[in-house]
Design a protein around this ligand. Structure first.
Ligand SMILES: C[S@@+](CC[C@H](N)C(=O)[O-])C[C@H]1O[C@@H](n2cnc3c(N)ncnc32)[C@H](O)[C@@H]1O
Length: 114
């Protein structure tokens, strides 16, 4: 038992991870990343150049089974904003990209975060 160490860091999962700018900020605050979710292979390639190859990419967050996710205290998600942007068509929730928030809410509920 004496060699066991349990991290008391705040743990997060990085959804819509992109190239990991959001993650960088949380890690600089002393938090611990427990995995990420990204669907674009070029983003993932760059992300792994920054953060290594060890972690699991949980893929499309709209298809994630929350039981497959590790436990975490908070999530970060810089989800696509084009559908809300004033320079776009502003279809909001009517655009598939705008509905990502519902996938995030589902995950947070299933992980008892809300
Ligand atoms: C605005 S960028 C995120 C930027 C990121 N926060 C960063 O710090 O680099 C949005 C990202 O969400 C990803 N994405 C879009 N739909 C997704 C989905 N269903 N599941 C996971 N990632 C998704 C896109 O591929 C894109 O890289």
């Amino acid at each position: 038992m004496e060699n066991m160490s349990v991290s008391n860091k705040i743990k997060f999962v990085d959804f819509c991870a992109g190239i990991g700018a959001g993650r960088l900020g949380l890690e600089n605050l002393g938090m611990e990343c427990r995995g990420f979710s990204e669907i674009d292979k070029f983003s993932e390639y760059t992300y792994r150049r920054f953060f290594g190859n060890e972690e699991k990419n949980f893929g499309n967050l709209m298809k994630i089974n929350s039981k497959d996710l590790p436990d975490f205290d908070l999530l970060i998600a810089g989800f696509p904003c084009q559908t809300f942007s004033v320079v776009g068509k502003r279809r909001g929730m009517e655009d598939k990209r705008g509905q990502i928030i519902y996938g995030l809410i589902k995950i947070m509920k299933e992980k008892n975060l809300i």
